[in-house]
Ligand binder design. Structure first.
Ligand code: GTQ
Length: 348
């Protein structure tokens, strides 16, 4: 084991040229960058995208670029440590703020990346996922898993803005990212399944115990109910217990999507929490309230609508402002880490 590996400069120019002509590279000058000792190297930096700074530019995009020219009118939250053109908030998470104006639609399509929407503002938007009509109210989580048809509509009066998160960096790096456009879906006008088949946790359609198990049974997670659940959990917990709920597939109890995982957390007024250092990277979106986080030594003040990137293995401390609780939504890549056997938590 050494940090004194041979460099490119030490090698004769004609040798390097010959290797280059054959499209081969010596490993040793690059080995330590690819496999650093003890701790991974990370390009991702802790960063905050403040909603108050970005919102005006998103509205301007609504004036500058009609839907026909944008296809998706999105400002992408690009991690400056990775590079803006890479469209990555973290190594696995694409995140963006999408605007739909009254009367606009995003045409039916499906793609290999899985996506989620988390509604930030506006009433009257809805997403249709494989025919299921999902209202979009502030704080609602709506899944559009890989391969599911989806389209967005807006029947309200004000702009609708949501946070998009996709596993695009993973699907892109696998060179399997593509989209297909399709016909308008036949809309099932029944209430979405969060209000019918999966109305209450602990109850699932009887047939799902047999072989009729759906991959993605629940598509919409209404914030009203998630918030109530967090408040009830806090009321039933000790003052130091974490108030943190994971969104899961009600039929399997496992994560909703294969690569990205979703959870909602309540930070009691003035509460400070220090989660373990997790191998997974994440973004944190502030639904309600204000506070500050220290992430790898960087102090970040946040408030409603803001989104923050969290690198792998980050040292984290969150603190809610005093006076009222804060509610935050997390997207992380722990499902992928668990599947491939690299998930770990370090306590130091
Ligand atoms: O709404 O399907 O932010 O396909 C990027 C790509 C949103 C979407 C994005 C997409 C979508």
């Amino acid at each position: 084991m050494t940090n004194q590996l041979g460099t490119l400069e030490e090698l004769p120019k004609d040798y390097l040229r010959a290797l280059n002509d054959l499209s081969v590279a010596p490993l040793w000058p690059f080995l330590r960058a690819a496999l650093p000792f003890d701790f991974p190297s990370r390009a991702t930096v802790p960063f905050i995208w403040r909603y108050k700074d970005i919102r005006g530019h998103l509205m301007r995009a609504g004036e500058l670029t009609p839907m026909e020219k944008a296809e998706r009118r999105v400002l992408v939250l690009s991690n400056p440590g990775i590079g803006l053109e890479k469209l990555m908030a973290t190594p696995t998470i694409y995140a963006g703020l999408q605007l739909i104006l009254p009367g606009e639609t995003a045409e039916p399509h499906r793609h290999t990346p899985s996506a989620i929407r988390f509604v930030i503002e506006g009433d009257g938007g809805f997403t249709i996922v494989n025919g299921e009509k999902c209202p979009m109210e502030k704080g609602d989580l709506i899944l559009t898993p890989s391969g599911t048809w989806h389209e967005h509509w807006h029947a309200g009066k004000n702009p609708v803005v949501w946070l998009d998160a996709l596993d695009l960096p993973v699907i892109g790096s696998l060179e399997v990212s593509y989209v297909v456009e399709g016909k308008r879906q036949a809309i099932n006008n029944a209430a979405d399944r969060s209000q019918t088949a999966y109305r209450r946790s602990g109850l699932v359609p009887y047939a799902s115990l047999g072989k009729h198990r759906a991959d993605y049974p629940l598509i919409r997670f209404p914030w009203r109910e998630v918030r109530e659940s967090l408040v009830s959990l806090a009321a039933g917990s000790g003052p130091k217990d974490p108030v943190h709920l994971a969104y899961v597939n009600p039929e399997t109890g496992g994560e909703c999507l294969p690569i990205l995982g979703f959870s909602a957390q309540m930070l009691r007024a003035g509460e400070e929490v220090a989660p373990p250092r997790r191998s997974s990277s994440a973004i944190m979106h502030v639904i309600e309230g204000a506070g500050q986080s220290e992430i790898d030594g960087k102090t970040i003040e946040w408030t409603e609508g803001d989104t923050i990137s969290v690198p792998t293995y980050a040292r984290i401390r969150h603190r809610a402002a005093s006076g009222k609780p804060a509610f935050v939504f997390h997207v992380d890549d722990a499902p992928l880490h668990r599947k491939i056997g690299i998930y770990e938590e370090l306590v130091d």
